[in-house]
Write a protein that binds this ligand. Structure first.
Ligand code: C2E
Ligand code: MG
Ligand code: MG
Length: 726
């Protein structure tokens, strides 16, 4: 039941008549109620209505003509037709927003007031009102009237702010199925402002990247159904040139009293730069920047996926290859890191070219790559693949002015071994690499459980060796080097030993290769040189000779490459009081061949101090003596293998003779290593080999044993120190 004020809106007092407020109008949140008889062209209005649309005649009743007269000219036709009956006399419900002259400003003479869009030529500032009408008894229309000026202004402000933010605006009338797109929306979403877009939602969706369309529709549905309070979704759109770009859409639905969405309005923002940055970050997190390959994290993830597949379905086996470049450090040190990087990139490219589709190639550390091989038949497939990769790595690499060649040691872990975690496959493949390196590099090795045991013990050995160095468990044994002509001790070779707390005396062959691999040889070698010099200083003082006793010390390749060997020698000799010529450094033939230029340079600096240099294990490295002579060495040590051939009468015995003769021509001394029999000693004496060393004379022994030997020899012999060899 509506409450009416019968036509008399006679001023403020009357407006607050007892019929106000109307409960229904209040319930609807309206400011006034009205009833129109279109046929009779009459209006009945509540006092609230009259406050918004006062009668033209003070004290009189408000008329339909008053209402229409107060309307903004632009809005008048719409309301007039809404209030008019159809040709058949029927009336329809409606909802209309329109402007009326603000009564406050018309009372005050047309100025001030809350004001809508006062730019029009009307009576001044405008109020925005909303009329809702519905058919009423007797062919009449009844309805409410609400002041929506504040809401309109807020909307206007929001829209101004939006225009300022650069976001595009869209407004979808869900009932009519039409969408309004702002010029900014067109510019952002289609990247082209003059695109002719029809006002449908299809015009938008058609420009969404196909893969993202379902996601966008889903997000809209969830908001419309009320599942999500707001619409917020990121997706890609395609511009007219087919380029993709990222946008963020935000929106909120307007709902009717039942909660049903009737309109969906929102914005669209270009988020391409942010997305690109995000994608770059994501890429960086899973890739190696230098080569662009996957990194360890991504590889582990893929291996994890392969393991999962393996568990779920009885899929085909897979393998992980760890590919470790041999002596890559030397490349960096010799040629500089820029060349080192270039070499890595070349190898990465070769591996990438050799990679099958579906396999993952990663760079997992500085000089280490890894590959996940999916779908293989058996471990034989993995070995074949590894050998193929090794061959492609070993191709010469062009460094502009010359070529270099790099080899790789490859370890394989095979899924059939049975694994739970990706890390375990990687670990086992690394163990296989470790063994491949130990067995001489440039090899492929497959993990087996023996290997795990071996590698574990190698790792333990490394830890123990570090401790050994700190805890003084290393010591030097000394093996006499004898003048063959005089049967007299002229010097010694210092040979390292490890007094292991549990294992007893460990020979160098069991820990020097590991020390070289890990770099521990540098501090170990420094210690050995200092200790050997300290010892020979003592012995020269106690056992003076016309030609002082000499000391031969073994030097590892890494001491030349990773340490300032010449500096160390100078430092050790300084203040020692011994003639530099009584110190000899033994360098193996193979070392010289690794980096001839650097070796030659370091050796020359040492030779310039008058320190002597021996080429150790001569004959094992297949290099010619004439080439070796380009190094400033003055002694050759003939390898034991040739010396023992003397006793067995093999033809290689003749080689010993040739080497001795050549050495004499080149004015180099010769030391024959590993003399075990008198026959060998005799033969060597006959061919004028100057020095000998071997079990026949004495085994390597601790300092005190050697000292006793020297003491005895000095006492026994009248003509110098002769070995008491029985
Ligand atoms: P090397 O320098 O060729 O030393 C000679 C090796 O032959 C020594 O083995 C020695 O004990 C052994 N030997 C000597 N005479 C005979 C013989 O008549 N018969 C047999 N069967 N063997 C004989 P050792 O002491 O086990 O040393 C092995 C290798 O370890 C050395 O070979 C050397 O390359 C390396 N080494 C030893 N000490 C050091 C060190 O302080 N630094 C470095 N970098 N390497 C060292
Ligand atoms: Mg030696
Ligand atoms: Mg040797």
């Amino acid at each position: 039941m509506l409450f009416w004020v019968e036509a008399e809106c006679a001023g403020e007092e009357d407006v607050s008549s007892p019929t106000e407020p109307s409960p229904m109008a209040e319930a609807a949140g309206a400011d006034g109620v009205w009833e129109v008889d279109p046929g009779a062209f009459t209006l009945r209005a509540s006092p609230g209505f009259c406050r918004l649309i006062p009668p033209s005649r003070a004290g009189g009743a408000v008329t339909l003509a008053d209402w229409l007269a107060r309307l903004h000219p632009d809005d008048r036709p719409a309301l007039a037709s809404a209030l008019a009956p159809a040709t058949d006399g029927a009336v329809c419900g409606f909802s209309l927003d329109f402007r009326v002259a603000d009564p406050a400003s018309s009372l005050a003479g047309g100025s001030g007031g809350a004001g809508g869009e006062g730019e029009d030529g009307g009576a001044g500032p405008w109020l925005w009102l909303r009329a809702l009408g519905m058919p009423w008894a007797g062919g009449r229309l009844a309805g409410t009237l609400s002041d929506i000026t504040a809401q309109r202004m807020a909307e206007e402000r929001a829209s101004l702010a939006l225009r300022g933010s650069g976001d595009g605006v869209w407004d979808w009338d869900l009932g009519a199925g039409t969408v309004h797109y702002s010029p900014e929306w067109k510019r952002i979403a289609t990247r082209c402002s003059d695109t002719a877009l029809d006002g449908t939602i299809h015009a938008w969706f058609a420009r969404v990247v196909a893969a993202d369309r379902a996601g966008l529709e889903g997000a809209i549905d969830m908001h419309l159904s009320g599942e999500r309070p707001v619409l917020r979704h990121e997706f890609r759109m395609v511009d007219s040139s087919g380029q993709e770009h990222w946008v963020l859409v935000r929106g909120k639905a307007m709902r009717d009293v039942t909660g049903r969405a009737v309109r969906l309005t929102g914005t669209v923002t270009d988020i391409t730069p942010r997305k690109k940055a995000e994608q770059q970050l994501l890429f960086d997190a899973f890739h190696d920047t230098m080569t662009g390959l996957a990194n360890r994290t991504l590889l582990l993830d893929r291996v994890g996926q392969a393991l999962n597949r393996d568990r779920r379905t009885a899929s085909r086996p897979f393998a992980v290859l760890v590919i470790d470049l041999d002596r890559f450090k030397t490349v960096n040190e010799t040629h500089g890191s820029a060349i080192g990087d270039r070499v890595l990139r070349v190898i990465a490219k070769r591996l990438e070219e050799a990679r099958r589709m579906g396999d993952t190639l990663a760079r997992v550390s500085a000089d280490e790559f890894a590959m996940l091989l999916n779908d293989i038949d058996d471990v034989g497939d993995a070995i074949t693949a590894a050998e193929r990769l090794a061959r492609s790595i070993a191709q010469p690499i062009d460094l502009f002015d010359h070529d270099i060649q790099i080899t790789a040691s490859i370890g394989i872990a095979h899924s059939v071994t049975g694994y739970e975690r990706a890390e375990d496959l990687m670990r086992d493949a690394s163990l296989a690499v470790f063994r491949a390196k130990q067995q001489g590099r440039n090899r492929v090795d497959v993990f087996d459980s023996n290997l795990r045991r071996q590698a574990m013990s190698a790792m333990r050995l490394e830890t123990e060796l570090r401790a050994a160095l700190e805890q003084d468990q290393l010591c030097l044994f000394y093996q006499p080097i004898v003048s063959l002509a005089h049967n007299r001790i002229d010097g010694f070779e210092a040979l390292i030993r490890w007094r292991h707390p549990e294992r007893g005396l460990v020979p160098p062959g069991e820990f020097i290769p590991l020390a070289e691999e890990t770099g521990l040889i540098v501090p170990i070698g420094r210690w050995a040189l200092r200790e050997a010099v300290r010892q020979i200083v003592q012995w020269q003082a106690r056992f003076p000779r016309p030609v002082p006793l000499f000391m031969s010390v073994n030097v590892s390749p890494r001491q030349i490459h990773d340490d300032d060997l010449a500096g160390l020698v100078a430092e050790v000799l300084a203040g020692s009081g011994i003639p530099p010529s009584s110190l000899k450094l033994e360098i193996t033939e193979s070392l010289l061949m690794q980096d001839p230029a650097k070796s030659r340079d370091v050796m020359q600096r040492i030779r310039d101090m008058d320190v002597r240099l021996s080429i150790d294990d001569f004959g094992t490295g297949y290099s010619s003596l004439s080439y070796l002579h380009t190094f400033p060495a003055d002694t050759l040590k003939i390898d034991r293998a040739f010396v023992s051939a003397i006793s067995t009468g093999e033809s290689s015995a003749a080689i010993v003779q040739v080497i001795s003769t050549l050495a004499a021509i080149l004015r180099m001394d010769v030391v024959a290593e590993g003399i075990e029999t008198e026959t060998e000693a005799e033969f060597l004496r006959d061919i004028m080999c100057k020095f000998g060393q071997g079990y026949l004379f004495h085994r390597p022994a601790p300092a005190e044993v050697v000292e006793a030997l020297l003491t005895d020899a000095t006492e026994d012999a009248s003509d110098g120190a002769i070995l008491g060899l029985g």
